[in-house]
Design a protein. Structure first.
Length: 590
């Protein structure tokens, strides 16, 4: 450290009013203050991610005990890898100090990291126009770290001084016509309303709506929202409570007759309105509700003389280009003690850039990566011999395989009645609840598959719900005739008229072995029979557990199909004659 600065290292963010005041005062003094740099942000991250992140706070003070430098870092479980504490939540991260203290402060932090045995440091979202970059490059060499930096994002911004002005000389937000079109299409005789909530009492009832709407919206486009993670939900909640105390949070919404069509979780800090996390109701997607809310936010920001810009942060979404008139670049910086890791980082980045330019290479790289990850997981869970055996079996199955599938018909229903559960049709609300309940489960991939079926509308889904509205098991049903089986990779003809086949049953991993599958299948079969349908279901012979459950649920085996695969060529044969007279394999390839 410099001669006049003293460095203190803490393993937590203290809940201290004096530090909070000094911390935020230092943020206000730097060149481009950001809400991501505040004590409130760091403290909210610590509360939400305490199980996976260990804070490493560096405070630099002068001889008068005045705070002159801050950086909130974190270490992983190994304690050998460091990063910005807010890297996963903040759009900008930096070392905070005045220019005259920056060199001493950054150097002192790297010296301390070296003493603590932290060999690798990843600094994401560091602004390219920050004086930290130059200082960091120089200080890393002095402390035997190899530094590599690359462009991370171009953050779109709206600088109000560059906006087109109206006849009255005031800046105009682009897109005002679209708001009028939205009002005409959705509001009718009702009033289109915009609200900006800043107090916790106003934010608290709206926040859960926003979170669920965000999860639903992402499911509709085939992705899992980061708000499905319980830790992320906790972070936004804790952050809202803290920022509302200072009136820095703005939870905006656009509604008609009490129905909200768009939300935005953002911030007003210093001279900036930050566009952080928006979402909207997809039922009005063709009228661009999110676009309309952003237009209104810009217009309201323009009318506030204390604000000079709106920052749309990380991400290259197309809609941002319709508004942005300037950009701000962020950098991704890595520091490695090992020269080998340093060059690995560079090669990985160059290869990723090449893969992006050549999509086919990207597909091959992802397939190889998934295979290696599967082998690694297998090696961790079992012996190396079993891992190699599993890989050999998988490889052999690609060359030659034989698998038999049994098809069952429900002549009667044996469905245990449980008063605390009920059957519900699958919709986006059900999938959103499941996504938030099982965010760390492989169930997320099943839910994405289910959301795709909802979009196509070619099947009907059912979920078994507990008394609290949490989904316990899922199953889908569709017309049997010309049913395409993903397992068989072939189309199967219906044995007779009015047949419906159940498929793609799923129980989240934590709930398996509790009879939810048997109960759900029984309830759905009963419901279908009441509709005048004949319920069918199929199962692989190797799935002995499900075979036993189907037998207990009143399903009778009628026929089977045997699938042979040799070097990518497939043949399907009838293994057991069916009871009906119609040939079950009439449309199957041989």
């Amino acid at each position: 450290m410099g001669r006049n600065l003293r460095l203190v290292v803490l393993r937590e963010i203290p809940d201290d009013a004096i530090l909070r005041q000094q911390w935020n005062a230092l943020v206000e003094r730097i060149d481009q203050p950001q809400v991501f740099y505040t004590w409130e942000w760091a403290f909210a991250v610590q509360r939400a991610y305490a199980a996976s992140l260990s804070p490493l706070l560096f405070l630099a003070s002068d001889e008068q005990q005045s705070l002159r430098g801050i950086v909130a870092l974190a270490t992983d479980a190994s304690g050998k890898r460091g990063s910005f504490l807010s890297a996963a939540t903040g759009d900008y991260c930096d070392f905070l100090s005045s220019p005259e203290d920056k060199s001493s402060f950054v150097t002192g932090v790297l010296v301390e990291l070296q003493k603590q045995g932290i060999d690798d440091v990843v600094l994401a979202n560091l602004p390219a126009d920050s004086d930290t970059l130059t200082t960091l490059h120089r200080a890393s060499h002095q402390n035997r770290y190899h530094c590599f930096k690359r462009t991370a994002y171009e953050c779109a911004q709206v600088l109000f001084s560059r906006l087109e002005r109206g006849k009255d000389g005031k800046p105009l937000a682009p897109g005002k016509r679209r708001i009028r079109r939205f009002a005409k299409a959705m509001a009718g005789e009702e009033t289109l309303e915009f609200g900006h909530n800043r107090s916790w009492d106003a934010v608290a009832p709206i926040l859960p709506q926003f979170i669920k709407a965000h999860v639903v919206r992402f499911l509709e486009i085939g992705r899992i929202s980061n708000l499905a993670d319980e830790r992320r939900q906790m972070f936004l909640t804790e952050l809202a409570k803290l920022l509302c105390e200072r009136q820095w949070l703005v939870l905006s919404h656009m509604s008609v007759a009490g129905r909200v069509f768009a939300w935005h979780y953002g911030f007003q800090f210093h001279d900036n309105w930050f566009w952080y996390q928006p979402t909207f109701d997809s039922s009005a997607e063709k009228h661009w509700p999110g676009f309309c809310l952003l237009t209104q936010v810009i217009q309201d920001a323009v009318e506030n003389p204390a604000l000079t810009k709106l920052d749309m942060g990380l991400g290259s979404e197309a809609y941002k280009a319709k508004f942005a008139n300037v950009t701000r670049r962020t950098m991704y910086v890595t520091l490695h003690r090992s020269l080998r890791k340093h060059w690995q980082e560079i090669v990985r980045y160059r290869m990723a850039a090449a893969v992006t330019a050549w999509p086919r290479a990207g597909q091959l790289a992802r397939a190889l990566r998934e295979t290696l990850r599967a082998a690694k997981r297998c090696a961790k869970e079992s012996s190396l011999r079993k891992a190699l055996g599993g890989l050999l079996s998988s490889f052999t199955a690609r060359i030659f395989s034989r698998e038999e599938f049994f098809f069952f018909e429900s002549d009667f229903v044996v469905s245990p009645k449980v008063e605390t559960t009920s059957l519900r049709a699958i919709n986006y609300d059900v999938l959103a609840d499941a996504t938030m309940s099982y965010s760390e489960d492989e169930t997320s991939q099943y839910l994405l598959r289910s959301a795709a079926r909802l979009r196509r509308g070619n099947a009907e889904g059912f979920a078994l719900m507990d008394a609290d509205g949490t989904p316990l098991h899922f199953v889908w049903a569709t017309e049997f005739d010309r049913f395409f089986s993903a397992e068989l990779k072939a189309t199967v003809d219906a044995p007779s008229a009015n047949c419906v086949i159940l498929f793609d049953c799923w129980t989240p991993a934590a709930l398996r072995g509790r009879g939810h599958c048997r109960q759900t299948v029984g309830l759905v079969a009963q419901l279908l029979r009441e509709r005048g349908k004949k319920p069918w279901i199929f199962c692989a012979k190797k799935n002995a557990c499900l075979l036993r459950r189907l037998a207990k649920s009143g399903f009778q085996k009628r026929f089977s199909l045997v699938c042979w695969r040799i070097l990518g060529w497939q043949t399907i044969q009838c293994g057991t004659p069916r009871l009906e007279t119609r040939n079950s394999c009439s449309n199957l390839p041989f």
